[in-house]
Write a protein that binds this ligand. Structure first.
Ligand code: P6P
Length: 343
């Protein structure tokens, strides 16, 4: 960085997206407008997360979300923030959020093309991790354009991940980061929040997933519930016939686990289990944004049979098994799953 006390030419997220807009035919600036409103919500949540303990934002809000899980205060706050910021951005017509059983139709002056599924920090287990950071708050978004004529309906949200025009996530770790891609071929880039100027500044240009990693990430507490193929694959990482074993890392926050996988490689897995035949993670607002990012960064994301982005959604809160990360690691797992097919 320059010797000046401040960077007089810093590349902010807004400036970066505006510049990328030049390469996108008939860009209208609505996506940029949307991202500005998303940034405002992420900054406000970052501030709330950092003082959650003092502001007594911990604890149970007393209500439950569509999954029947207790929702903590910060989740309610962050959901309200995103809904309000996105609604007032006049650049989206439909919102799907885990906190709302049905899709929220945004009645704006004009029907805007963007459909945003902000999956805000649902289960914000605000435990102060070893390094005093909060890793479970996350927000990710997947934007797609309205494909049907006429007024918006909840079914407009049921689009394949391949229809997305942008996707990304925010991670409130030791720093607050936004990682996103604004279109196929546009690459994946990371921006770190600089509290001094309240801007997200480019910190990781063109993130690429290594073709193979040395880490597997799965909740081994459920080993007894896995299908034989998953068990065989994980065992082969722990006790390989040759070569060194993989390391194990599992934070229990999808954004934190996927962010590590994106940066350092390896594989993140949330398989179907006996008691969750479709797995636990939601296709529309967890699987799709993460698959979009990982694939744009050169990795793979599969449901065990096809690419996550090719799955045709049938309901806004549906779940899907998810296997994503380094191309060679995911291909190796899929080969083991194929071997077990029809057994
Ligand atoms: P498990 C967090 O509760 C979450 O929705 C994801 O962020 C995370 O990957 C997963 O659930 C963890 O689930 O069953 O391993 O605790």
């Amino acid at each position: 960085s320059s010797s000046n006390p401040i960077d007089t030419n810093c590349m902010t997220l807004t400036r970066f997206v505006l510049e990328q807009q030049k390469h996108i035919p008939n860009a209208t600036g609505e996506l940029t407008q949307l991202l500005v409103s998303i940034q405002t919500a992420v900054k406000a949540i970052s501030s709330a997360v950092r003082k959650a303990g003092i502001a007594h934002l911990y604890g149970i809000a007393g209500n439950v979300n569509v999954q029947g899980e207790e929702v903590k205060k910060l989740d309610v706050l962050s959901n309200e923030l995103f809904v309000n910021m996105l609604t007032s951005s006049y650049s989206t017509c439909l919102l799907v959020s885990e906190e709302n059983e049905t899709a929220l139709e945004v009645r704006t002056v004009k029907v805007c093309p963007h459909i945003v599924r902000p999956a805000v920090g649902r289960r914000v287990n605000l435990c102060c991790q070893g390094i005093g950071s909060h890793t479970n708050c996350r927000f990710f978004f997947s934007h797609s354009r309205k494909q049907t004529p006429g007024p918006v309906t909840p079914n407009d949200a049921l689009q394949k991940g391949n229809e997305m025009v942008a996707g990304g996530y925010a991670l409130y770790g030791s720093a607050t980061m936004v990682v996103l891609s604004v279109g196929k071929g546009q690459g994946v880039h990371g921006f770190m929040l600089d509290p001094a100027i309240g801007e997200f500044v480019l910190s990781d240009y063109n993130i690429r997933v290594p073709s193979r990693g040395k880490i597997y990430s799965i909740n081994e507490g459920y080993t007894s519930l896995w299908a034989p193929a998953i068990r065989e694959y994980v065992d082969s990482k722990k006790c390989p016939a040759s070569g060194k074993p993989y390391g194990a890392r599992y934070i229990g926050s999808m954004v934190a686990d996927v962010h590590r996988t994106l940066k350092y490689g390896g594989i993140f897995m949330y398989p179907a289990t006996q008691d969750a035949p479709k797995g636990k993670l939601r296709l529309l607002y967890e699987g799709n944004p993460m698959a979009y990012i990982v694939q744009e960064a050169g990795g793979l994301a599969s449901n065990g049979e096809i690419s996550i982005l090719d799955v045709q959604p049938t309901s806004i809160h549906q779940r899907s098994p998810i296997f994503l990360g380094s191309k060679e690691d995911v291909e190796e797992l899929l080969a083991v799953m194929k071997k077990h097919e029809g057994k």
